[in-house]
Design a protein around this ligand. Structure first.
Ligand code: SAH
Length: 340
């Protein structure tokens, strides 16, 4: 049975029309679910009792469950339990420009990036739309505030759960839904070329981030298996098509891993690779985890890398660090809980 929070406005319209009812009830229901945050369907006052009974029969109202929160001054990490007892994580970060949440898109992940904690556990399943939507609803409930920014950078590869991702994005962006501006939403992919091309046709102005992490195939192949399926040349080609279709800018994420991708030669090669691409590069100090042997580049090396990019006129920032005290690297909280 579908969950009520799986439905986009279009899905609801279709439902009401099929029931011989009125299409405009979709917007009303959206309003009750997301603006008024009703706890049960009886609280809807604008739809007839009989119709509400039908809705109750046709949809589940089940929620995911918040089971653990680790709190720090400007970051909170949430662990949720799903109805099949699986666990997912989300992270809240307080910035001067607002509150952002990093959501998970799958249980486990099949991309197998060597440095990533989440990938140690194979994909169990995709998250349903309602599970992703509720990550945000439950966090807003917990803090009693609205979330202004969403990044799909938690556990999972969002483009490996494309259909649900698109519905999720439509719901959280909808003005009567969670009303989070498209430009405040970022989807991060390890580089599934076919989906980057598909996403370039998606009408919402959502930001795209690419986990690049290497300036060439040789290094990328060693740390990101996806690179064998979609080599650098194809990836860059797809990004260029995305940029020409959307007139937007992409973000490249680049984790600095000691002695793997942090040399000055790598920085130069990276600058060359992105030349002429409307992008900015986000350098990420690696969050070390107990289970993997990758090490973070030291600060001097990070600064050197940064300077080389700057000198070569690349837009570059170093990611502000959140939550290395609490288990904020992807997948760490769940690993702790399940002691994998
Ligand atoms: N599958 C998507 C989104 C999830 S990963 C993607 O690959 O983009 C989100 C980001 O966190 C990616 O850039 C990923 O490479 C990075 N990441 C994973 N483990 C990390 C760690 N221990 N420290 C810092 N960044 C990490």
């Amino acid at each position: 049975m579908k969950n009520i929070y799986d439905l986009t406005e279009e899905d609801m319209e279709e439902y009401f029309i099929n029931k011989g009812s009125k299409k405009f009830h979709a917007l009303q229901l959206f309003n009750f679910l997301y603006e008024k945050r009703i706890k049960n369907i009886e609280e809807v006052t604008t739809i007839k009792k009989e119709m509400l009974e039908e809705i109750k029969k046709d949809f589940s109202f089940a929620k995911i469950e918040l089971v653990l929160v680790e709190r720090d001054s400007d970051v909170c990490k949430y662990l949720f339990e799903l109805k099949d007892k699986e666990h997912i994580e989300a992270v809240l970060m307080k910035h001067d420009y607002g509150i952002s949440v990093c959501v998970s898109s799958q249980v486990g992940c099949n991309m197998g990036c060597c440095f990533c904690e989440s990938g140690r556990r194979k994909k169990i399943r995709n998250l349903e739309v309602y599970e992703m939507v509720q990550e945000i609803l439950l966090i807003e409930e917990d803090i009693g505030q609205r979330i202004s920014h969403v990044v799909v950078m938690g556990i999972g590869e969002p483009f490996d759960n494309y259909e649900n991702l698109i519905k999720f994005l439509s719901i959280i962006n909808h003005p009567k839904g969670l009303a989070i501006g498209a430009r405040h939403i970022t989807v991060s992919t390890c580089g599934i070329v076919t989906k980057i091309l598909e996403f370039s046709e998606f009408p919402l102005q959502i930001n795209l981030a690419i986990s690049l992490h290497a300036p060439n195939d040789e290094i990328r192949n060693k740390i990101m298996p996806i690179s064998k399926a979609y080599p650098m040349k194809e990836l860059i080609e797809a990004i260029k098509i995305y940029l020409s279709r959307t007139n937007r800018r992409v973000t490249f994420e680049y984790i600095l891993l000691k002695d793997i991708n942090d040399s000055e030669a790598c920085a130069l090669e990276l600058a060359k690779l992105v030349k002429g691409i409307n992008c900015y590069i986000n350098l990420i100090p690696y969050n070390e985890t107990n289970n993997l042997e990758f090490r973070r580049s030291n600060t001097i090396q990070i600064m050197k890398f940064y300077d080389i990019l700057k000198k070569n006129n690349v837009n570059v920032t170093i990611r502000r660090e959140f939550g290395s005290k609490i288990s904020a690297a992807c997948g760490q909280l769940r690993s702790k809980k399940e002691e994998l």
